[in-house]
Design a protein around this ligand. Sequence first.
Ligand SMILES: Cc1cn([C@H]2C[C@H](O)[C@@H](COP(=O)(O)OP(=O)(O)O[C@H]3O[C@@H](C)C(=O)[C@@H](O)[C@H]3O)O2)c(=O)[nH]c1=O
Length: 186
Amino acid sequence: MPLTATGFPGLYIFEPVVHTDARGYFFESYNANTFREGGLDIQFRQDNQARSTYGVLRGLHYQLDPYSQTKLIRVLEGRIWDVAVDIRKGSPTYGQVYTIELSAENKKQLLIPQGFAHGYSVLSPTAEVFYKCDNFYHKASEGGIRYDDPSLNIDWGFPLADAIISGKDAELPLLADCRHNFTFQP
Ligand SMILES: Cc1cn([C@H]2C[C@H](O)[C@@H](COP(=O)(O)OP(=O)(O)O[C@H]3O[C@@H](C)C(=O)[C@@H](O)[C@H]3O)O2)c(=O)[nH]c1=O
């Protein structure tokens, strides 16, 4: 099974089976049946793609219910440091941070369930990130947490002096001041 548990309930690493031959390689970057066989029946509704340069840090973001999003993150070009924070009240991993390098080379994908805040930083000169979401973008439901919240103490994979951050992200609140209503459903 190409899905690996992370220890955070609902958070999985997906590693596709790569078929290599004289022409190059082929892999199924997404197959709903593979996820269904792993007990994950997700109806993806929106695909997003973003290009960034070294040092760009996006996040941490979430959308409030009923627009919360499961996300399946992968990298088409370059390398990123992907960060997921469990903000589901009652979760055994509430307030904990999961990090993983995703790259075009390692082809790993991170499946992030609803109730997590998500962000990433770019480690390579450029990176092209592609992700599927099971709910539509809804501007009024956007929420976020500051990347440098001291209670999370996140390692972003590079010195924060290098970070390029949007004005919106620089003004996000700390986790303790966030108004969200995510609860853990075992
Ligand atoms: C996220 C999003 C943004 N936009 C618009 C709003 C804005 O004008 C422009 C850039 O938006 P942002 O600055 O929010 O883009 P960005 O900072 O890349 O936002 C993304 O960050 C990562 C970490 C996530 O997890 C995503 O869910 C999403 O929040 O694109 C859409 O039209 N649809 C979308 O789904």
